[in-house]
Design a binder for this molecule. Structure first.
Ligand code: HEC
Ligand code: HEC
Length: 458
């Protein structure tokens, strides 16, 4: 009787303990929502009430379909002269990830192709293709031709798993058609990139630079073949090079500059961080129409850019689910044992963050080190981006990744969306991640299923 009482007492005490830390994926900026709106949750109680209108306004701008100037709605005007899509959420549906076209006949609806040639721009970034700039813009406003179309042709191969079983892997080849300004440069380098999810980014901006550099140092000291490298990129606001954190090669220093880059590169909208209209010299119709519209640059006000940034800062991170299930627990252990954690860092802490103080002092579980890693030739785009080599990619955060299917109706992963599920994504890991990949290949079926269940529960 006494024994039973003690057990009961222990159990009831256990249930009183605070949630395990990993349950709070984004610290105070976490959400239990696991619906298709899971990436769009706003933790209102963490946001000073005097900012609520700005958050709503930032959200409206991110969801907005932008229109051509001149317009009776000047605030949302300025699309083009050339662009990819008219809204942020065309590529980041429900703040989630984009998708690669399934066949070469389909257009790119939520991805883009970066272009450059050998050499560097004035700040050490990629050297744009002379006639097309640093990104292929498929559309033009009336009177301006779109630059052309890019399509993907898939090539497949098979990878064997230990204990039988095979997985088909597909890799894209980029083809261009209907090019408006003649042949592309003979030394052209391309990089097809799918839009990643956009929640939790304020927390990642608030991780102290020193902590990220310390991770790189620890990886080097561990001598396990994993050695992350920081990217240093041009920070237009500070007019100097700073640590890159955003974009698939950590090629943007801040959320604000990332958004300004998206506005300019993907939609043709200028802002104070990207004030020059994107009309390479060969594109005369583009330049002529800029002159004719005679519109003001920047097209987006600094206040509107701030509101869009604020919305990105505060978007909550989905909490992991099913964490008490034995299979998920086993998967968590295997994720560590396979060495996934050296790059996909389970836990980071944010430092002081004056731009939005509530984001500071948080313990978060993003599963990224924000560093670049050599992922082998199979994943290489062979297109350098500041210090990132053609084989390096930034470790993507894995928080919320288990909800990809729920939010976007697919879980197509990796920089170009080639992986159609978690296992394919893992089997593409090579280079610094080769050992990890091999461990997964050699796992028993039950172990592999547990690892995947863990990812599904994030
Ligand atoms: C044509 C598709 C497309 C459109 C339109 C688009 N994006 Fe993106 N977005 C991308 C791609 C692709 C990347 C990765 C870019 C890279 O690595 O170079 C990205 C990256 C980002 C990131 C960085 C995320 C991270 O984890 O580092 C943010 C933030 C972002 N976009 C916000 C926006 C906003 C805001 C808009 C609208 C102003 C927008 N995007 C419009 C495709 C798009
Ligand atoms: C050496 C660092 C490193 C290690 C070790 C590593 N990863 Fe990754 N992981 C990356 C990078 C970098 C990418 C992005 C590659 C790309 O997009 O081409 C990635 C991508 C992923 C993705 C797709 C994410 C997305 O948003 O598209 C998943 C899932 C993933 N890794 C799981 C794992 C698992 C599971 C392990 C352990 C078996 C592991 N990774 C080990 C660096 C690593």
């Amino acid at each position: 009787m006494k024994q039973k009482f003690h057990t009961l007492l222990a159990l009831s005490l256990l249930s009183l303990l605070p949630l395990p830390v990993w349950a709070q994926a984004g610290g105070d900026f976490s959400t239990p929502d696991a619906s298709r709106e899971a990436y769009s949750q706003i933790p209102w109680q963490r946001i000073p009430e005097n900012l609520w209108d700005k958050v709503r306004s930032g959200r409206a701008l991110v969801r907005q379909t932008w229109v051509i100037s001149p317009s009776i709605e000047p605030r949302i005007a300025g699309l083009g002269p050339t662009y990819n899509r008219p809204a942020c959420i065309s590529c980041h549906p429900r703040n989630g990830r984009g998708e690669a076209p399934a066949t070469q006949d389909e257009p790119m609806r939520s991805m883009l192709v970066r272009l450059s040639i050998p050499g560097k721009d004035a700040h050490g970034g990629p050297n744009p293709e002379p006639a097309y700039g640093d990104q292929l813009n498929e559309f033009g406003i009336p009177g301006v031709p779109g630059e052309g179309e890019a399509c993907l042709e898939w090539e497949t191969r098979r990878e064997r798993l230990a204990g039988g079983g095979e997985v088909e892997l597909r890799a894209p080849k980029i083809r261009f058609r209907q090019l408006a300004h003649g042949a592309l440069h003979s030394k052209l380098m391309t990089s097809a990139r799918v839009a990643p999810p956009i929640f939790g980014l304020g927390l990642l901006e608030a991780v102290p630079e020193a902590d990220i550099l310390a991770l790189a140092k620890a990886q080097k000291a561990a001598r396990q073949g994993v050695q992350g490298q920081a990217n240093y990129v041009w920070d237009a606001a500070q007019q100097r090079h700073t640590l890159g954190r955003f974009g698939l090669k950590a090629n943007q220093p801040t959320v604000r500059q990332q958004i300004a880059g998206a506005l300019a590169g993907d939609m043709g909208i200028t802002s104070e961080l990207s004030p020059v209209p994107n009309c390479p010299p060969a594109q005369t119709a583009c330049a002529a129409i800029q002159g004719k519209i005679g519109e003001k640059h920047p097209e987006l006000s600094a206040a509107d850019l701030d509101e869009m940034t604020l919305y990105h800062y505060i978007l909550a991170v989905p909490e992991p689910r099913r964490q008490d299930e034995p299979q998920v627990k086993a998967g968590r252990a295997l994720f560590a044992a396979a060495g996934c954690v050296s790059c996909h860092q389970p836990e980071l802490k944010t430092g002081a963050f004056p731009a939005f103080p509530a984001l500071g002092g948080q313990t978060i579980h993003p599963y990224t080190d924000l560093l670049l890693h050599d992922m082998g030739q199979g994943l290489a785009d062979n297109r350098p981006d500041y210090r990132a080599s053609g084989r390096q990619w930034r470790t993507p955060p894995l928080w919320g990744i288990g909800l990809a299917q729920t939010v976007n109706g697919h879980a197509y992963l990796l920089h170009d969306g080639r992986a159609r599920n978690f296992l394919e994504a893992i089997l593409w890991h090579d280079g610094e991640a080769r050992k990890s990949k091999e461990r997964v290949r050699r796992m028993s079926t039950a172990e592999r299923e547990a690892l995947l269940a863990f990812l599904e529960a994030l």
